[in-house]
Design a protein around this ligand. Structure first.
Ligand SMILES: [Zn+2]
Length: 161
């Protein structure tokens, strides 16, 4: 018999623009530039949502919260994450753990990692030790290295309750 656990993966990219609020992992990171998109463009929350939905085989964030829908314009992505966790809960799934990497050249994210973990754990109703956030630059290579964008990856493990 197979164990009642499932893995999920998420990947997302947002372009950076000057003078835009920079939301990452539910935390507003002070910087000259920020990520832009239809919602608050929180790339870290978006990849967690996609990984959770993928683990449950429930499509992706754009399927549930269309970027054409005005009700999601500028929306706080923490609200979307809470809704995704509720969707999984209704489908009978709980979260084992979440592991993520944010790819960003500037600014250094190390001062914000613990606040992000705390915030994300709170939104998902998890102990903070079950939520990992890592950050890397891309050694000045590619769109991240040229500070044109921010990318993130997430893997999650879920279990059937
Ligand atoms: Zn996104």
């Amino acid at each position: 018999m197979k164990p009642n656990i499932r893995v999920g993966y998420g990947y997302d990219v947002h372009a950076l623009a000057e003078g835009v609020d920079f939301w990452i992992g539910g935390i507003k990171v002070p910087h000259t530039h920020g990520a832009y998109g239809h919602s608050d463009a929180d790339v870290l929350i978006h990849v967690i949502c996609d990984a959770l939905l993928g683990a449950a085989n429930m499509r992706d964030i754009g399927f549930h919260f269309s970027d054409k829908d005005p009700q999601y314009k500028g929306i706080d992505s923490k609200i979307l994450l809470k809704r995704v966790v509720d969707l999984l809960d209704e489908a009978g799934f709980g979260i084992v753990n979440v592991d993520t990497t944010v790819c960003l050249q500037q600014p250094k994210l190390s001062p914000y990692i613990e606040p992000m973990k705390t915030k994300l754990a709170e939104v998902m109703g998890l102990p903070v030790e079950d939520v990992s956030v890592k950050a890397t630059t891309t050694e000045k290579l590619g769109f991240v290295g040229k500070e044109e964008g921010v990318a993130a990856h997430a893997v999650v493990l879920i279990y059937r309750k």
